[in-house]
Design a protein around this ligand. Sequence first.
Ligand SMILES: O=P(O)(O)OC[C@H]1O[C@H](OP(=O)(O)OP(=O)(O)O)[C@H](O)[C@@H]1O
Ligand SMILES: O=c1[nH]c(=O)c2nc[nH]c2[nH]1
Length: 193
Amino acid sequence: MQLLEDRIQREGTVKTADVLKVDAFLNHQCDVALFDAMGEAWAEHFAGKRIDKILTIEASGIGIACCAARHFGNVPVVFAKKAQSINLDGDQYSTTVYSFTKQREFPVIVSKKYLNAGEHVLLIDDFLANGKALHGLIDLCEAAGAVIEGIGIAVEKGFQKGGDELRAEGYDVDSLAIVESMDPQTGRIEFRH
Ligand SMILES: O=P(O)(O)OC[C@H]1O[C@H](OP(=O)(O)OP(=O)(O)O)[C@H](O)[C@@H]1O
Ligand SMILES: O=c1[nH]c(=O)c2nc[nH]c2[nH]1
Protein backbone atom coordinates (compact mmCIF):
# COMPACT_ATOMS: atom_id res chain seq x y z
CA MET A 1 0.00 0.00 0.00
CA GLN A 2 1.76 3.09 -1.32
CA LEU A 3 0.25 5.44 1.27
CA LEU A 4 1.62 3.38 4.15
CA GLU A 5 5.02 2.83 2.53
CA ASP A 6 5.39 6.57 1.90
CA ARG A 7 4.50 7.33 5.50
CA ILE A 8 7.02 4.80 6.79
CA GLN A 9 9.71 6.31 4.56
CA ARG A 10 8.86 9.84 5.72
CA GLU A 11 8.25 9.35 9.43
CA GLY A 12 9.56 5.91 10.35
CA THR A 13 12.95 5.42 11.97
CA VAL A 14 15.10 2.33 12.11
CA LYS A 15 15.93 2.06 15.81
CA THR A 16 17.95 -1.15 15.64
CA ALA A 17 18.46 -3.92 13.09
CA ASP A 18 15.02 -5.34 13.90
CA VAL A 19 13.00 -2.50 15.44
CA LEU A 20 11.17 -0.05 13.22
CA LYS A 21 9.71 2.94 15.05
CA VAL A 22 6.47 4.22 13.52
CA ASP A 23 4.87 5.63 16.63
CA ALA A 24 4.18 9.01 15.00
CA PHE A 25 1.21 7.50 13.12
CA LEU A 26 0.69 3.80 13.90
CA ASN A 27 1.19 2.66 17.46
CA HIS A 28 1.40 5.61 19.79
CA GLN A 29 -0.01 8.65 18.00
CA CYS A 30 -2.67 7.26 15.65
CA ASP A 31 -3.56 8.63 12.19
CA VAL A 32 -7.21 7.65 11.91
CA ALA A 33 -7.50 8.62 8.23
CA LEU A 34 -4.59 6.28 7.49
CA PHE A 35 -6.24 3.52 9.59
CA ASP A 36 -9.43 4.04 7.58
CA ALA A 37 -7.54 3.64 4.29
CA MET A 38 -5.91 0.49 5.67
CA GLY A 39 -9.35 -0.92 6.52
CA GLU A 40 -10.50 -0.17 2.98
CA ALA A 41 -7.48 -2.02 1.55
CA TRP A 42 -8.17 -5.12 3.68
CA ALA A 43 -11.86 -5.04 2.73
CA GLU A 44 -10.80 -5.10 -0.92
CA HIS A 45 -8.36 -7.96 -0.35
CA PHE A 46 -10.79 -10.09 1.68
CA ALA A 47 -13.87 -9.22 -0.43
CA GLY A 48 -16.19 -12.19 -0.83
CA LYS A 49 -15.11 -13.84 2.42
CA ARG A 50 -17.55 -14.20 5.27
CA ILE A 51 -16.22 -12.16 8.19
CA ASP A 52 -18.35 -12.30 11.36
CA LYS A 53 -15.82 -10.77 13.71
CA ILE A 54 -12.37 -9.18 13.88
CA LEU A 55 -9.95 -10.47 16.52
CA THR A 56 -6.86 -8.53 17.57
CA ILE A 57 -4.52 -8.27 20.55
CA GLU A 58 -3.75 -5.52 23.07
CA ALA A 59 -2.63 -2.92 22.69
CA SER A 60 -1.64 -1.62 19.28
CA GLY A 61 -4.01 -3.73 17.20
CA ILE A 62 -7.15 -2.29 18.76
CA GLY A 63 -7.43 1.08 17.00
CA ILE A 64 -6.58 -0.40 13.62
CA ALA A 65 -9.08 -3.24 14.04
CA CYS A 66 -11.86 -0.82 15.03
CA CYS A 67 -11.27 1.33 11.94
CA ALA A 68 -11.14 -1.81 9.77
CA ALA A 69 -14.48 -3.05 11.14
CA ARG A 70 -16.21 -0.05 9.56
CA HIS A 71 -15.29 -1.61 6.18
CA PHE A 72 -16.59 -5.07 7.11
CA GLY A 73 -20.19 -4.11 7.89
CA ASN A 74 -19.39 -2.92 11.42
CA VAL A 75 -18.67 -6.44 12.66
CA PRO A 76 -17.68 -6.66 16.35
CA VAL A 77 -14.02 -6.27 17.26
CA VAL A 78 -12.69 -8.46 20.06
CA PHE A 79 -9.24 -7.87 21.49
CA ALA A 80 -7.33 -10.49 23.42
CA LYS A 81 -6.25 -9.09 26.80
CA LYS A 82 -2.71 -9.39 28.07
CA ALA A 83 -3.59 -9.41 31.78
CA GLN A 84 -6.15 -10.89 34.10
CA SER A 85 -8.74 -8.40 35.31
CA ILE A 86 -11.70 -8.34 37.67
CA ASN A 87 -13.68 -7.45 34.56
CA LEU A 88 -12.78 -10.79 32.95
CA ASP A 89 -15.34 -13.14 34.39
CA GLY A 90 -16.66 -16.51 33.31
CA ASP A 91 -14.88 -19.09 31.18
CA GLN A 92 -11.91 -17.95 29.12
CA TYR A 93 -9.67 -19.19 26.35
CA SER A 94 -6.09 -18.39 27.20
CA THR A 95 -2.56 -18.93 26.01
CA THR A 96 0.75 -17.11 26.43
CA VAL A 97 2.63 -14.91 23.99
CA TYR A 98 6.14 -13.46 24.06
CA SER A 99 5.80 -9.71 23.48
CA PHE A 100 8.23 -8.33 20.92
CA THR A 101 8.53 -4.84 22.40
CA LYS A 102 8.14 -5.68 26.10
CA GLN A 103 10.44 -8.69 25.87
CA ARG A 104 8.53 -10.95 28.20
CA GLU A 105 5.72 -13.50 28.17
CA PHE A 106 2.14 -12.32 28.67
CA PRO A 107 -1.05 -14.27 29.17
CA VAL A 108 -3.41 -13.73 26.24
CA ILE A 109 -7.04 -14.10 27.19
CA VAL A 110 -10.44 -13.94 25.52
CA SER A 111 -13.75 -14.54 27.24
CA LYS A 112 -15.53 -17.60 25.80
CA LYS A 113 -18.58 -15.36 25.38
CA TYR A 114 -16.86 -13.41 22.61
CA LEU A 115 -15.28 -16.14 20.49
CA ASN A 116 -17.57 -18.89 19.32
CA ALA A 117 -17.44 -22.14 17.37
CA GLY A 118 -18.26 -21.62 13.70
CA GLU A 119 -17.60 -17.87 13.70
CA HIS A 120 -15.58 -16.65 10.71
CA VAL A 121 -12.82 -14.44 12.03
CA LEU A 122 -10.38 -11.95 10.49
CA LEU A 123 -7.20 -11.42 12.53
CA ILE A 124 -5.75 -7.88 12.46
CA ASP A 125 -2.57 -6.49 13.98
CA ASP A 126 -0.21 -3.55 13.53
CA PHE A 127 3.05 -5.53 13.22
CA LEU A 128 4.10 -9.02 12.18
CA ALA A 129 7.63 -9.93 13.22
CA ASN A 130 8.27 -13.45 14.54
CA GLY A 131 4.59 -14.37 14.50
CA LYS A 132 4.22 -14.89 18.26
CA ALA A 133 1.16 -12.64 18.65
CA LEU A 134 -0.57 -14.13 15.60
CA HIS A 135 0.10 -17.69 16.70
CA GLY A 136 -1.41 -16.79 20.08
CA LEU A 137 -4.56 -15.53 18.37
CA ILE A 138 -4.66 -18.63 16.17
CA ASP A 139 -4.43 -20.84 19.30
CA LEU A 140 -7.42 -18.99 20.80
CA CYS A 141 -9.46 -19.42 17.59
CA GLU A 142 -8.59 -23.12 17.42
CA ALA A 143 -9.64 -23.60 21.04
CA ALA A 144 -12.95 -21.90 20.28
CA GLY A 145 -13.57 -23.72 17.00
CA ALA A 146 -13.66 -20.40 15.12
CA VAL A 147 -12.73 -20.31 11.42
CA ILE A 148 -9.81 -18.03 10.46
CA GLU A 149 -10.62 -16.37 7.12
CA GLY A 150 -7.44 -14.33 6.91
CA ILE A 151 -4.87 -12.12 8.56
CA GLY A 152 -4.53 -8.36 7.94
CA ILE A 153 -1.26 -6.75 9.00
CA ALA A 154 -0.18 -3.14 8.70
CA VAL A 155 3.62 -3.62 8.76
CA GLU A 156 5.33 -6.96 8.25
CA LYS A 157 9.08 -7.19 8.70
CA GLY A 158 9.75 -9.67 5.93
CA PHE A 159 13.25 -10.44 7.15
CA GLN A 160 11.76 -11.97 10.30
CA LYS A 161 10.10 -15.33 10.03
CA GLY A 162 6.47 -14.77 11.10
CA GLY A 163 4.87 -13.87 7.76
CA ASP A 164 6.51 -16.55 5.67
CA GLU A 165 5.72 -19.20 8.30
CA LEU A 166 2.04 -18.22 8.41
CA ARG A 167 1.78 -18.29 4.59
CA ALA A 168 3.46 -21.72 4.57
CA GLU A 169 0.84 -22.84 7.09
CA GLY A 170 -1.80 -21.84 4.51
CA TYR A 171 -3.08 -18.55 5.95
CA ASP A 172 -4.07 -15.70 3.65
CA VAL A 173 -1.82 -12.96 5.08
CA ASP A 174 -2.37 -9.46 3.65
CA SER A 175 0.41 -7.19 4.87
CA LEU A 176 0.00 -3.63 3.61
CA ALA A 177 3.73 -2.90 3.82
CA ILE A 178 6.42 -5.55 3.91
CA VAL A 179 9.84 -4.28 4.96
CA GLU A 180 12.38 -6.40 3.10
CA SER A 181 15.42 -4.82 4.72
CA MET A 182 16.31 -1.88 6.94
CA ASP A 183 19.56 -0.40 8.13
CA PRO A 184 19.95 1.39 11.47
CA GLN A 185 23.23 2.96 10.29
CA THR A 186 21.92 4.66 7.15
CA GLY A 187 18.19 4.67 8.02
CA ARG A 188 17.46 3.05 4.65
CA ILE A 189 14.19 1.06 4.44
CA GLU A 190 13.38 -1.21 1.48
CA PHE A 191 10.01 -2.81 0.79
CA ARG A 192 9.09 -6.14 -0.79
CA HIS A 193 6.81 -5.87 -3.85
O1 LIG B 1 5.10 -11.16 15.34
P1 LIG B 1 5.54 -10.82 16.73
O2 LIG B 1 6.97 -11.17 17.00
O3 LIG B 1 4.61 -11.39 17.77
O4 LIG B 1 5.49 -9.22 16.85
C1 LIG B 1 4.30 -8.53 16.58
C2 LIG B 1 3.59 -8.10 17.83
O5 LIG B 1 4.49 -7.24 18.56
C3 LIG B 1 3.79 -6.09 19.01
O6 LIG B 1 3.15 -6.38 20.23
P2 LIG B 1 3.80 -5.87 21.60
O7 LIG B 1 3.29 -6.75 22.69
O8 LIG B 1 5.27 -5.82 21.46
O9 LIG B 1 3.29 -4.39 21.72
P3 LIG B 1 1.85 -3.72 21.92
O10 LIG B 1 1.44 -4.01 23.32
O11 LIG B 1 2.09 -2.27 21.62
O12 LIG B 1 0.87 -4.31 20.94
C4 LIG B 1 2.78 -5.87 17.91
O13 LIG B 1 1.69 -5.07 18.34
C5 LIG B 1 2.36 -7.27 17.53
O14 LIG B 1 1.24 -7.72 18.30
O1 LIG C 1 6.80 -0.50 16.99
C1 LIG C 1 7.13 -1.66 16.68
N1 LIG C 1 8.22 -1.85 15.90
C2 LIG C 1 8.64 -3.09 15.53
O2 LIG C 1 9.66 -3.23 14.81
C3 LIG C 1 7.87 -4.19 15.98
N2 LIG C 1 7.99 -5.52 15.81
C4 LIG C 1 6.98 -6.08 16.47
N3 LIG C 1 6.22 -5.15 17.07
C5 LIG C 1 6.76 -3.95 16.77
N4 LIG C 1 6.39 -2.70 17.13
